[in-house]
Ligand binder design. Sequence first.
Ligand SMILES: [Zn+2]
Length: 240
Amino acid sequence: MIIHVALGVLRMFATVLGDLLLPHGCAGCGIPDAVLCGRCGSLFGDVHERPLGGHESCLTCAVYEGAVRHAILSWKDHGYEACDDRFADSLVTLVDGRIPPRGVCCVVPVPSSDKSIRRRGRWHTRQLSRAMVSLIRRRGREALLVPALCMRGNAGKSVEIGHGGQRVARANRRIHVRGRRQTLLRGRTVVVVDDIVTTGATMARCANILRRSGAGDVICVALAHAVDRRHEGDRGEGHG
Ligand SMILES: [Zn+2]
């Protein structure tokens, strides 16, 4: 715990120092003085409905390629945390008309493995979900961050040596709902948040678990979806 806090403080200083010495430009194209320039930002303004199998589908803002891919990787793997609010805005716009005007909406991040969280220094979909909750509240509705899903156990090296499909399948089997958080979901609209949807298997599993745990409406959202399987290696962890 103390080590985590110390690492967090060190990271914060490193980020501040980094921003002073090497100011980030646009996360998508690198032009100066913008977290996301107008052109790259507009790429996150679409509405795509990607089937996940069965009756399930996932809404995404963009196709995972070009500047969109660059922006997402800058954010999730290179610590460009200033994108949290900008990406949250795109996702909230995506779900705005679908969450009920009354009642509490639960925002649930897709889980990351402990290893990925250690490597990145944060659980990026959780931070994104937190930013979404703030925005939904600012728009006058009740929202709760409920990190109800987790990856249980350690799949060890078999996760690393498996090819993409095996890796995703093994990681998906490890996703579970946290018992005590389950009660917060009952009967409520739940928005599940991921960064990229590739095969859709991870999102489908999350939606399935949440429904079985008593969630009401389950709305799946992600920043982008991959149009083919070539980009799966970029994900860096067992999402699908
Ligand atoms: Zn740009």
